[in-house]
Design a binder for this molecule. Structure first.
Ligand code: AGP
Length: 369
C-alpha cells in the first residue's frame, strides 16, 4: 500500500500533489495557445446545438456540484449563455422545465452517482442533450450521455475529492472557452492570451504546493476549533464551499462556506475570538469588497486566515495568517485557491488523528439515493 501511495502518508496527500500533472493531462491535446483555439473532442460534434443553446443546466452532487458552480461563473462570463446549477437529487424530483432545446452538463468523478444518473435519465426523456464530465473512463454516466469530456485525473482513491475537482474545473474552463470561441464572445487574441496562461497553470499549482510547511503550522493553530467559516466572492464562493466541505468531511470540524457578503445576513452572529474565518482574498475584481468583509470579521475578533495573491501587503495588515498563491487572471483563481484549502483540511485532519482517506460514514461513490 505504501508503494501505491508513492511514498506519501495518505492517498489524499498523494492526489493533492498529483495536481500539476493531472491538470496538465486534462489540458493535453485540447488547447492550442498559439492559434487561440480549444478542441474538445466529443463536445465539438455538437457545436451547432451549443452555439444556439438558450441555457445550460449543470447537474451534480457534492464536490462535483461545486465544480459546476465554478462552471456557471466561467460559462456565463465568457460565452454569455445562461447557466443553472442544480443538485441532481433536487432536480430529479421537482418536475423541472426541460425541453429539447436544453443542454445538460452532468459532472461526476465516479460516473456512478445514483442521483446524477437519475437526473440524466429524466432530462434525456424530455429530449435534452446531455454532456458528461467524468473521471472514470467507461463508467455508467459516460455511457448514458450523448457526448462528453473525460477529466483524465487518473484514479482517485481518497474519499475526499481533490485532483478530480481541479480536473473538473479545468474541463469546465475549456467548455467555457470553447463556447466563447463558437459564439464569438471572445476574440481569438484574448482567447490566445487566456490559453497561454492556462497552459502555465500546472506550474503555478506546483508553486502553490510549496506553502505546505506554512499551512502545517497554521493547521496546528486551528486543529482544535469546533467551527470554521469559509468566505469568498465571485468564483471564490464555490472555492469557499469546497474548502468547507473538505474540512468537515475529513476532520469532522463543522464548517460552512458562504458568499462573503452574505455573512452579515446571519453567520456574523457566530463570530467571536474563537472562530476561524478562512477568506479567499486574492487580487481580483472583488478584492476591495473582500477587504471590507475581513474588517467586519476582525471588528468582532474573529481569527482570519486569508488566501492572498503573492506579494499582497494590504490584507496582510489585517489578517492573522496569510497563505500566498501565484497571481493569475480571475478565470483561474479556483484552480489555485483550492490548493491551500486542500492542504489545510488534510493537515488539520491528520493532527486530529482522523482517517483521512476513509472518513467515517462516507463512501467514495454514492450509488444509492
Ligand atoms: C467529495 O469530497 C465527496 N466525497 C462527495 O461530495 C462527491 O463529490 C459526491 O458524492 C459526488 O461524487 P461524484 O463526483 O463521483 O458523482
Amino acid at each position: 500500500e505504501m508503494l501505491e501511495k508513492g511514498g506519501y502518508d495518505h492517498f489524499m496527500l498523494k492526489e493533492i500533489y498529483e495536481q500539476p500533472r493531472s491538470v496538465r493531462d486534462c489540458l493535453r491535446g485540447r488547447i492550442y495557445p498559439n492559434e487561440g483555439r480549444v478542441q474538445l473532442g466529443g463536445i465539438s460534434e455538437f457545436a451547432h446545438k451549443l452555439k444556439n443553446v438558450d441555457r445550460i443546466i449543470i447537474v451534480a452532487c457534492g464536490t462535483s456540484w461545486h465544480a459546476g458552480l465554478v462552471g456557471e461563473y466561467l460559462i456565463e462570463e465568457y460565452s454569455r449563455i445562461p447557466v443553472e446549477v442544480e443538485y441532481a437529487s433536487e432536480f430529479r424530483y421537482r418536475n423541472p422545465i426541460i425541453t429539447e432545446k436544453d443542454v445538460v452538463i452532468a459532472i461526476s468523478q465516479s460516473g456512478e452517482t445514483a442521483d446524477t444518473m437519475a437526473a440524466i435519465e429524466m432530462a434525456k426523456e424530455k429530449g435534452a442533450t446531455i454532456f458528461g464530465v467524468c473521471n472514470v473512463v467507461g463508467a455508467s454516466i459516460p455511457r448514458l450521455t450523448h457526448a462528453g469530456a473525460y477529466t483524465h485525473a487518473g484514479p482517485e482513491i481518497g474519499v475526499a475529492s481533490t485532483k478530480a475537482f481541479t480536473a473538473q474545473v479545468t474541463v469546465l474552463t475549456l467548455i467555457a472557452f470553447h463556447l466563447a470561441q463558437q459564439k464569438g464572445t471572445l476574440t481569438s487574441s484574448k482567447l490566445a492570451e487566456l490559453l497561454t496562461e492556462l497552459d502555465n497553470i500546472p506550474q503555478k499549482i506546483e508553486k502553490a504546493l510549496e506553502s505546505e510547511s506554512l499551512i502545517k503550522e497554521i493547521s496546528a493553530k486551528f486543529k482544535d476549533s469546533r467551527n470554521c467559516l469559509f468566505l469568498g466572492r465571485g468564483s471564490g464562493f464555490p472555492v469557499a464551499l469546497e474548502g468547507a466541505l473538505k474540512l468537515k468531511e475529513i476532520s469532522y470540524i463543522h464548517a460552512e462556506g458562504y458568499p462573503a457578503a452574505e455573512m452579515k445576513h446571519g453567520p456574523i452572529a457566530l463570530i467571536d475570538e474563537e472562530m476561524p474565518v478562512v477568506v479567499i482574498a486574492t487580487k481580483n475584481s472583488s478584492y476591495e469588497k473582500v477587504i471590507s468583509n475581513i474588517q467586519e470579521v476582525k471588528a468582532r475578533k474573529g481569527i482570519v486566515l486569508a488566501i492572498v495573491t503573492e506579494g499582497d501587503t494590504e490584507v496582510r495588515k489585517m489578517a492573522d495568517y496569510c497563505i500566498e498563491i501565484p497571481d493569475a487572471s480571475e478565470a483561474f483563481l479556483p484552480l489555485l485557491a483550492t490548493i491551500p484549502l486542500q492542504l489545510l483540511s488534510y493537515h488539520i485532519a491528520v493532527m486530529r488523528g482522523c482517517n483521512v482517506d476513509q472518513p467515517r460514514n462516507l463512501a467514495k461513490s454514492v450509488t444509492v439515493e
